[in-house]
Design a protein around this ligand. Structure first.
Ligand code: SAM
Length: 213
């Protein structure tokens, strides 16, 4: 294993739950750090003009602006359990919110305040490390997707030795790709693409199965 510096726990804690001035600074840095991976997820999802899109753990909300550009006839919703992140994301997207194109909602993944089958696409980038229960969270995502709707789940896996060395295990849990793929299958999703997650974050695309008559 290389000699990577481990991110201090008090900084990593703000990625899970940003608060105060330091949380604001970390949100600003995060918006730049994660941008390439957000574009990767959006491109893979193939956002269409009329899509209803949900971004889970939207944080600073930079992706919401881009998703709204890609779905000009649809609607984009971001959720995050951090009050500060919701405020930052809402501030960043104020004109789009006023135009009823974007919403930002305070919520955790495990209890989404939306009806069944509301979204065509769900994006979730660098968030699942913090989930209390992966299976419950994936079931909740499957519930809000339309049949045939697609999830783009991007995360570092336990094959990424650099990530394991760089982030404190008290805050970040890096799951095995096989664990996530199997859980998605159990929630009624077909898993389409999965890199091995060793050199860059894994991007798992999953499609909600249509019910058989
Ligand atoms: C590392 S940041 C990533 C933010 C953004 N997706 C990005 O790519 O820049 C993780 C985000 O997940 C949020 N988060 C933490 N626990 C969550 C949960 N249980 N449900 C939804 N979001 C959560 C945090 O508040 C934070 O905004």
């Amino acid at each position: 294993m290389g000699s990577w510096m481990r991110r201090p726990q008090f900084i990593a804690e703000h990625a899970r739950n940003a608060r105060g001035l330091l949380g604001r600074l970390i949100a600003f840095i995060m918006a730049h750090e994660t941008w390439r991976q957000n574009l990767r997820a959006m491109n893979a999802l193939g956002i269409e003009q009329g899509d209803h899109v949900l971004d889970i753990g939207c944080g600073h909300g930079r992706s919401l602006t881009e998703l709204a550009v890609r779905a000009p006839l649809g609607h984009v919703v971001g959720v995050d359990p951090s009050q500060l992140m919701v405020e930052i994301a809402a501030q960043r997207n104020r004109p789009l919110i006023e135009a009823a194109r974007v919403d930002v909602v305070l919520s955790s993944v495990d209890s989404l305040p939306f009806p069944d089958g509301m979204f065509d696409k769900v994006q979730c980038v660098h968030v699942l490390y913090f989930w209390k229960d992966i299976e419950t969270s994936l079931r909740e995502i499957a519930r809000v997707l339309k049949p045939g709707g697609r999830l783009g789940l991007l995360f570092r896996t336990n094959a990424d030795l650099k990530a394991i060395a760089s982030f404190p295990p008290e805050i970040y849990r890096f799951p095995a790709l096989a664990e996530i793929s199997a859980a998605l299958e159990r929630t009624g999703m077909d898993v389409h693409v999965a890199g091995d997650g060793a050199n860059e974050p894994a991007l798992v695309l999953a499609t909600k199965r249509c019910a058989l008559n």
